[in-house]
Design a protein around this ligand. Sequence first.
Ligand code: ZN
Length: 233
Amino acid sequence: MIERLDRARIDALPPPEVVDHPADLALEFPDVIIVTDHSCRQCSYNLRGLSAAGRCPECGAGIDLSQQPRYRGLVAFLESVATAALVLLIVVVVVLDLAFAASVHIRFVVIAWALAAIVAAPSWWVTRKGGIGRLFLVISAMLVVLPYVPHTRVKSYAMFYACIKPGMTRTDVLARLDDYYPDRASTDVPTVRVDSADRLSLTLGGDNTPYNAECIVIRFTNGIVIAKSYSPD
Ligand SMILES: [Zn+2]
């Protein structure tokens, strides 16, 4: 009987108001004290323990809890997308460099760096979080160092090619070849295919070896480099 009465009274009560977020309460009751962790929308200061009607003690921004849930969601979304994109970019840069010595080409470095900046800038601007900034610095440092790291055979060869400039003499070119391949007996030394007055052509590998068509051709006029070309295997 008692149970039945209670059930009847409960059913007669108005349905409880659904509050999705304490922020909604704060709008209705400005004197409410923030009891959960809430970051200031401007400076990320934790507003816990403060009045919802007040201002951030750090930066003076009005406490606007109503904007926070959506804003926070956007910030978190931007941050995770940017982080994933930057990590992916690091992987792609390393893979392309290992496979094709891509970082030897300044255009590749500039494009990769610009992409990183385009991805990092908006989310860093919104979140002001160190993580994105640090990731961007890692990519920047990587792109500065990578062109000088001869971590594969193709990379050393491509680095040698990159340092050949018009106006160099044949002696300069051969000196650079010695710089990159001091041990002439090593099997890694490129094979000279043509060595004439107007042309020096090399392949990375000898006959019937990998890279036997990874070819560098340098053209000379009166012993001075006038053109060069690179064709991958
Ligand atoms: Zn603040």
